[in-house]
Design a protein around this ligand. Sequence first.
Ligand SMILES: NCc1[nH]cc(CCC(=O)O)c1CC(=O)O
Length: 308
Amino acid sequence: MNAIVVGTRRSQLALTQTQWVIDRLQEMDPNLHVSLEKIVTKGDRILDVTLSKVGGKGLFVKEIEQALLEKRIDFAVHSMKDMPGEMPDGLTIGAIPIRENPHDCFISQDGRALKEMPAGAVVGTSSLRRQSQILSLRPDLVVKPIRGNLGTRLDKLKNGTFDAIVLAVAGLARMNMSYDQFDELSVKEMLPAVGQGALAIQCRADDAALIERLAQINHEETARAVQAERSFLQSFQGGCHLPVAGYAEWMNGEIQLSGLIGDPEGKQMIYGAALGTDPVQVGKKLAQELQEQGAEDLLDRVRNGLVG
Ligand SMILES: NCc1[nH]cc(CCC(=O)O)c1CC(=O)O
């Protein structure tokens, strides 16, 4: 039994990430045969609306999870960032490979850095997390929603719809798009999204043979860092559509987790950090710390604003 079916979205990034995983698996076993099954998800069909307004969890993963449960596919490669906190019964994350660059980058039309933009410049992003942090640093800029895959977003930058956009470095790096003129933002300027730069390989929980295979490309440090970030995020309802950031790094054998909750206007920021060796506990500890600083209150106000 050496033939495996992998499900993937059709976007260039999804295809590239999936191929990267297939390559790693075939390095381990040159006889492994993998075939691709392309799946269109709800998130791919919604093009013109800001995702945070659509609500709904896991717009990019639901159809894929269905295909896994129905055994039409055996595994799927997701951006960890797009994975909802909860997973249907019967599915599991079989591996989390080594993380790509977790940072965000600011790409402007004329190569200016975020600090150098003129007042009133229009920045495209549909992420409340990015919007909040951009406006906190530069309240004089204007943030407008942008949708579409990486190529579409870069086109909208080139054709002048936006003066600048913010993207994850990981997506560009995976697709070998190098921009000499991009301003890589530090975690101080722009704390990344939970799971940013990491992949999640999802499969059926009872597929022991495949799980054994996937374990070979699991990266323990990445997996535990991401676990801490997700434990933090899961303490807040509806996390992925809220202005919440979380990023964990290893420091002298311990996980150092930073987290941030902002308001969409970038006027209020609640920031904290926690240290420890148990990922789930570190996540909970940080959530607790932010709660003590009034996180739930701030998030409630954001949630109510979104409803209107
Ligand atoms: N929300 C879309 C998305 N999901 C994953 C990535 C690529 C980077 C990653 O793996 O975190 C992107 C694009 C972006 O945010 O620029």
